[in-house]
Ligand binder design. Structure first.
Ligand code: SF4
Length: 262
């Protein structure tokens, strides 16, 4: 078998995660481009990101809680499209729940940091760069310059907190973004800051050159395998409870005879 669709021109940190969790998922999502229906969690994530993006695009003195709340109406229009509403079966009760949770998140966020005091190097920063022959592309929530002059990668998280051991996947995306920043801007971010805005918790980790090299090398390795599987005409399925649980392609895989766990 060979694919009718071309291989994507670049690899993003989230698509790399798809590939690493199950190559077949990458095939369905990135090569065959079979749409993944929105879920309540993904819609809420986009909704909250939209609001914080617009807040941080304002000049620093204007980044107030009142201005933040003003972006809720435009988020409804921009994010809760007819397709998204249909995917998640949104009715009045669900919209009310989303708006309540968003209001709570905005209040919590203003207890976590003072956006008027933040110095950005970029908001929704688009980074495309080739590292070791691997074309990488991603959009970073924020790149801040801390008062001590350090570059910090900032990522909003609207889901649950990770377990206390902070497994490697918690920071994997952000560490690859650090590699992109270094290659594109010529300066290495020294810190990753994950803002769990529903819980009001911030998790930070330092970034080392060794970590950045390891992430770039894992991405290069994945890109080589992606090209090989593409040429072979099939990406292997690696079903597991954790990968398949929320996967949009469960029914396709079952029909293909993949032993998808219940
Ligand atoms: S259902 Fe499981 S095996 Fe199939 S693509 Fe998704 S993660 Fe892979």
């Amino acid at each position: 078998m060979s694919f009718e669709q071309p291989l994507p021109k670049s690899l993003s940190p989230s698509r790399l995660q798809d590939f690493q969790s199950c190559p077949r998922k990458y095939q369905h999502a990135s090569v065959e481009r079979i749409p993944q229906p929105a879920s309540y969690a993904s819609a809420k994530g986009r909704f909250v990101h939209y609001i914080f993006e617009h807040l941080h695009r304002l000049p620093a003195p204007e980044r107030t809680i009142e201005r933040t709340r003003d972006f809720v109406d435009s988020a409804i229009e921009a994010v809760l499209t007819v397709d998204v509403r249909n995917d998640i079966g949104m009715d009045d009760a669900m919209l009310k729940k989303l708006l309540q949770e968003t209001r709570a998140i905005i209040t919590t966020y203003f207890e976590m940091e003072d956006p008027t005091a933040i110095n950005h190097e970029g908001v929704e920063l688009r980074l495309g760069v080739e590292i070791d022959g691997t074309p990488l592309f991603g959009i970073l929530d924020r790149l801040d310059r801390d008062p001590d002059g350090e570059l910090v990668i900032v990522d909003y998280k609207t889901g649950g907190l990770p377990n206390r051991n902070y497994d490697t996947s918690t920071f994997a995306n952000a560490e690859l973004y650090a590699a992109l920043c270094e290659a594109k801007l010529g300066e290495q971010p020294n810190k990753i800051r994950l803002l769990y805005v529903a819980q009001g918790e911030t998790i930070e980790r330092s970034v080392s050159e060794v970590t950045i090299r390891a992430r770039a090398s894992a991405a290069a390795n994945a890109w080589q395998r992606i090209n090989r599987y593409y040429d072979d005409g099939e990406f292997p399925a690696t079903p597991s409870k954790s990968s398949c649980r929320f996967c949009a392609y469960r029914e396709i895989c079952k029909a293909d005879g993949v032993p998808v766990p219940a």
